[in-house]
Design a protein around this ligand. Structure first.
Ligand code: MN
Ligand code: MN
Ligand code: MN
Length: 289
């Protein structure tokens, strides 16, 4: 079975609609896929229709943002019921927070003589795929380019949207413990996404994994795309030490970038893959279409 457990659609920051994503997965010979958009379940209904048409097993998935020790951390949830009240309530809070943030960015741009940013960013976002989510900084960047306030997106970030600039409005995320608790209350299988991506020392990474285990997490994503084999090895050591299961996935966002659907290093054979829990009939919890 060729499976993909980490990928994004236009429901968050991916370039392909859920339908196009599933079609690409099918063309690449994948037989099971978890759509893990950032902090939203919006893509799942469309993904399920496409998966059923193409004969791909769709696993309900999500990549949630949270905070731990001052850093923004990503946690993957799988196999939950799409209508789980705990997850729905947490996502409603985030959804509201993102619109407030988008409004604040637009207000600050207006104060600098760049009006119409919310509507403009929203139009750019909608052109890529219908969503009820608030536009994010890349959409604002594209708006600033098209409105003639910046030469390109890079300049838009450098002058207005990047770290420390007026459009750098921080999203408020829940704590790691709360995020994992929400997923547990929703019947999800939980994996700590790309533990190597953070600018942490070895001991801080180990403390993160420890906190994740304390909170009730189940697995480590030991392979994120084609990340170096020695990193996969180090993460596998942590999985063994803490008795965690493992996941792997491409983290695909867009064609022609650094990742591709179904392309990731294989985790070491001695480790227990989390995906057996929701792809084996009988072992399944819920949420497999
Ligand atoms: Mn992303
Ligand atoms: Mn991530
Ligand atoms: Mn991701």
């Amino acid at each position: 079975m060729k499976i993909e457990l980490h990928c994004h659609s236009t429901a968050s920051d991916g370039a392909l609609t859920p339908t196009l994503l599933l079609e690409r997965a099918h063309a690449r010979g994948l037989t099971a896929l978890a759509l893990t958009d950032h902090d939203t379940l919006e893509g799942l209904a469309e993904a399920r229709l496409a998966a059923q048409r193409l004969g791909i097993a769709l696993v309900n998935g999500i990549e949630l943002s949270c905070t731990w020790s001052g850093a923004t951390i990503h946690v993957l949830g799988y196999g939950f019921a799409e209508d789980a009240p705990a997850l729905r309530a947490a996502l409603d809070d985030l959804h509201q927070g993102r619109w407030l943030r988008a409004q604040l960015i637009a207000d600050r741009l207006t104060a600098k003589g760049m009006g119409g940013a919310l509507e403009g960013a929203r139009a750019i976002q909608q052109a890529a795929g219908d969503t009820e989510n608030a536009p994010a900084r890349p959409h604002f960047a594209e708006f600033l380019v098209r409105a003639g306030h910046a030469r390109d997106r890079a300049e838009a970030f450098r002058k207005w949207l990047g770290a420390g600039k007026l459009g750098d409005v921080k999203q408020h995320w829940p704590a790691l413990e709360d995020c994992v608790a929400t997923l547990r209350a929703s019947g999800a299988w939980i994996s700590l996404a790309h533990p190597w991506h953070y600018d942490f020392t070895r001991s801080k990474r180990r403390r993160l994994v420890s906190a994740f285990v304390q909170a009730g997490g189940h697995a480590l994503e030991v392979a994120n795309g084609m990340q170096p084999a020695e990193q996969v090895g180090s993460l596998a050591i942590l999985a063994r030490e803490f008795g965690l299961m493992v996941t792997a996935g491409s983290d695909f966002h867009a064609p022609g970038e650094w990742s591709e659907l179904g392309l990731y290093r294989a985790p070491p054979d001695d480790l227990s893959p989390l995906w057996r829990r929701f792809t084996d009939p009988g072992a399944t919890q819920q949420g497999v279409a």
